[in-house]
Design a protein around this ligand. Structure first.
Ligand SMILES: Cc1ncc(COP(=O)(O)O)c(C=O)c1O
Length: 388
């Protein structure tokens, strides 16, 4: 989940003509996506681990065939992502939810290859459904290493009092009855060191439990495709865990799949002078990039330069629907296009139609061929269909 320690890299977007798409519009560069996927596939090939794509971060299924060419499956946060994974991606579907509903679990079991429970009690409740299904579903249990290494407790599932995962010290041989693997997820936009520190913290316990298990899933939050990520170290680490424990390793990065692969294009609708210029644009923080407010963070603006500071904010009624202050060479005229960087992950999946604000269109660009296709535009009917 984004804290956005990584502001975004302009890369090939400098060459993209922002007027080629409707506004607002998420544009994903399939060449950059493929470059990220190659990096992840190489980690997989060299380490012997399995790398799944976390749909919660990036589930633009128009690009599922490309994702599936490199990664053998997806991780899902519940029924609907599991269904999307099964219908569009194929391969392994590994589902974890902190709370399953009785009326969904049968379908989840039908769609998933791994079902990961948050507690031994949830395992007890739902194991009979898995057994009755007759499907060879792997059962996982999420544990909490209890070593908070994140910068912000909001994005640290290992923070004190966390509801995510059963504290490792509570996991006994009895907790592992009917369980094939252990799952943890504690990182957020992090390099290798916190994973190594977490492993040092949990390794004695995991080694003791390993003979009862087949696999361990190290969750997401690994910023593997960021230029400074220690990829060799990760390959060595995964191979070492395999050697020391005999467990097959899984990773389920989301953000790393789509890092720097997308932008959100918008345009100026109006200007209000109040303690400097405020530009109202058709991109809303609250509707289209909610992490700007929630994290909070300031997304980087493509080609930002100049001496005039302009506040950019959305068209909604929320006073705090402000994206940030940005430098422009001159007051931006009405209709001027702009683009926020690194918006492929955790933005498209989080949009809302609060105030009836239009959802951004979805487009795919190829920075190598310059080919562009708008794969989806949203209309009044999409807003209406979510209400009644
Ligand atoms: C269980 C689980 N797996 C994977 C991920 C993906 O993490 P990221 O997109 O940071 O790699 C998350 C993110 O919250 C998660 O909760």
């Amino acid at each position: 989940m984004p804290m956005q320690t990584h502001a975004g890299e302009p890369g090939a977007w400098r060459r993209f003509d922002l007027t080629r798409v409707p506004s607002p519009c998420f544009v994903v560069d399939e060449a950059r996506l493929e470059a990220n996927l190659r990096v992840l596939a190489s980690i997989q090939a060299r380490s012997g681990a399995t790398v799944l794509c976390a749909l919660k971060a990036f589930s633009m299924w128009a690009l599922a065939p490309l994702v599936s060419r490199y990664l053998p499956g997806v991780c899902a946060s519940g029924l609907w992502e599991a269904r999307l994974g099964r219908e569009h991606y194929g391969g392994i579907v590994s589902t974890f939810s902190a709370g399953y509903k009785l009326d969904e679990i049968e379908e989840i079991v039908r769609l998933s290859d791994h079902v990961v429970f948050n507690t031994p009690a949830a395992r007890d409740r739902f194991l009979p459904v898995i057994r009755e299904s007759g499907r060879p579903v792997h059962v996982g249990l999420r544990f909490n290493p209890g070593l908070p290494l994140g910068e912000d407790a909001k994005y640290d599932p290992a923070a004190p009092g966390s509801r995510l995962g059963t504290p490792l010290e509570q996991i006994t041989a009895e907790s592992l009855e009917g369980v094939d693997g252990l799952h943890m997820h504690v990182l957020c936009e992090q390099n290798l060191d916190p994973l190594l520190a977490t492993w040092d913290h949990i390794a004695p316990r995991i080694r003791a439990l390993a003979p009862r298990l087949k696999w361990i899933n190290f969750g997401g939050g690994h910023h593997i495709t960021r230029a400074d990520y220690d990829r060799e170290g990760l390959v060595d680490f995964l191979a070492r865990v395999r050697r020391e424990t005999g467990l097959h390793c899984y990773l389920e990065p989301g953000e790393a799949v789509a890092l720097d692969a997308g932008i959100l294009v918008g345009e100026v609708l109006d200007l209000v002078d109040n303690d400097g210029p405020n530009a109202i644009i058709d991109v809303s923080a609250t509707c289209h990039m909610p992490d700007v407010i929630e994290a909070p963070y300031r997304p980087a603006l493509l080609g930002e330069a100049g001496n005039i500071q302009v506040r950019l904010g959305g068209p909604s009624c929320l006073a705090g629907d402000v994206i940030g202050r940005y430098a422009f060479p001159a007051r931006p005229p009405i209709g001027q296009r702009m683009a926020f960087l690194d918006q492929a992950h955790y933005s498209m999946v989080k949009t809302t139609t609060f105030n009836g604000v239009r959802l951004p269109a979805l487009a795919v660009w190829n920075s190598e061929t310059n080919a562009l296709r708008v794969v989806r535009e949203f209309a009044y009917e999409d807003f209406r269909a979510r209400l009644s």
